[in-house]
Design a protein around this ligand. Structure first.
Ligand code: FAS
Ligand code: PHB
Length: 392
């Protein structure tokens, strides 16, 4: 058994774990990060694309926002297409803020580079990580690497290990409440090196299903179409993908749509999920380990950041001022913001997707809601202030 000692043991080297590690390092708090896979696998996962202002500010505070400001695309609005209409939500006018289009992969890359430059320890390919004894004041994390058993003694454990990780699952059933809604469809996404159809994102409601036109740069597009839950990647040739995307976009968008070969194609299931509470003694659940949202509201990554913001503030107080007020308030504070983002993501998903029971009446109701949305200053303000991100 190889033994290690640190102040905070972080399970998971996704954006939550890496950002927490980076903020702690800047404050002089030692942390070891573990992940069950390697860097390339993590960087190969294509996920979020839109950063809220609070996320950008937190990345700036962590000292990893230089490339984001050089290469990211600030957006002051997005569009919703429905009933062959293309209508714009002016987030700058109605919420006074922008969002930044910069892929999660790049955020993760920047955080990994900063951690390496600081010489901080991340253990990749760490198998069987388990948070242990976190109901005592001597918690530890066990894992194996290359057949050798390891133990990390620590003061606190941050469970940043995503929806399928061991942290939440280690909590005894009677001590945790779980709320879930699984959606009866998925998102099929592609990346293609073609110019985006528009300078801003387009979310599309259509009788055949939802579509989303996003981007990673002015020469790289990210597109999604709603697909059946049992669809497989091999069911979707590029030709079929482009055909379905074009059918779901308004005519005026087709004039600027550039098709091309995809170099990444993946299907993501959609669910809303929240675990309560988010703290168990010395174990804190962070990001997707505690909650999942359908990506329709572009909230998943941004919620992971607000959790990190609250937990980091609490740890800073503990080590800097000897106060546990922030740690004691973590779960309630994080969940208050989580549930409002879960609601918004559920609302956007319900309004824009084709459900098995939508039928003709349901389609008209969705179109009426969208028609009202664009006729009301109050409704525009509501969607804009939720999309740019509620305050931390
Ligand atoms: P992550 O899941 O990113 O990171 C968890 C890490 O823990 C992983 O690296 C994993 O390898 C590691 N881990 C798991 N088990 C472990 C173990 N036993 N031991 C050690 N490590 C372990 N959000 C958006 O806003 N927009 C989107 O378009 C979008 N698309 C998504 C598509 C998919 C397929 C998925 C799954 C999520 C998507 N999300 C999207 C949400 C996503 O961006 C998450 O919110 C974000 O990755 C959350 O970051 P983390 O909490 O760090 O979790
Ligand atoms: C993306 O660019 O991947 C993206 C953007 C906005 C969303 C979801 C995904 O709501």
């Amino acid at each position: 058994m190889t033994r290690h000692r640190t102040q905070v043991a972080i399970i998971g080297s996704g954006p939550a774990g890496l950002l927490l590690g980076q903020l702690l390092a800047k404050f002089g708090i030692d942390a070891i990060i573990l992940d069950r896979v390697d860097k390339d696998y993590i960087l190969g996962r294509v996920r979020a694309g839109v950063l809220e202002g609070g996320t950008v500010a937190t990345l700036e505070k962590a000292g990893v926002a230089d490339r984001l400001h050089r290469e990211g695309l600030p957006h002051d609005g997005f569009a919703i297409a429905f009933d062959n209409r293309l209508e714009r939500v002016d987030i700058e006018k109605y919420a006074g803020k922008k969002v930044m289009v910069y892929g999660q992969t790049e955020v993760t890359r920047d955080l990994m580079a900063a951690r390496e430059a600081a010489g901080a320890l991340t253990v990749y390919d760490a198998a069987d990580a388990q948070p242990r004894d976190y109901d005592t004041d001597r918690p530890f994390v066990s894992f194996t690497k290359d057949g050798v058993e390891h133990r990390i003694d620590c003061d606190f454990i941050a469970g940043c290990d995503g929806f399928h990780g061991p942290s939440r699952k280690s909590v005894p059933d009677g001590a945790i409440a779980e709320y879930e809604r699984v959606y009866p469809f998925g998102w099929l996404g592609i990346l293609a090196d073609v110019p985006p159809v528009s300078d801003e994102l387009i979310y599309a409601n259509h009788p055949e299903g939802f579509a989303l036109c996003s981007m990673r740069s002015k020469t790289r597009s990210r597109y999604y179409v709603q697909c059946a839950l049992d669809d497989k990647i091999e069911d979707w040739s590029d030709a079929r993908f482009w055909e379905h995307l074009k059918r779901r976009l308004p005519e005026e968008s087709l004039a600027t749509l550039t098709e091309g070969p995809s170099f990444e194609k993946s299907i993501a299931p959609l669910r809303s999920f929240v675990a309560e509470p988010m703290r168990f003694g010395r174990l804190f659940l962070v990001g997707d380990a505690a909650h999942i949202v359908p990506p329709t509201g572009a909230k998943g990554l941004n919620l992971a950041v607000s959790d990190v913001h609250y937990l980091y503030s609490g740890l800073q107080e503990h080590y800097g001022e000897g106060s546990d007020a922030g740690l004691d308030a973590y779960s309630a504070k994080a969940l208050a913001r989580v549930w409002k983002s879960v609601r918004f993501s559920w609302w956007m998903t319900t309004m824009l997707h084709r459900f098995p029971d939508t039928e003709a009446f349901g389609q008209r109701i969705q179109e009426a809601e969208l028609d009202y949305l664009f006729s009301s200053e109050a409704a525009m303000t509501t969607i804009a202030e939720n999309y740019v991100g509620l305050p931390f």
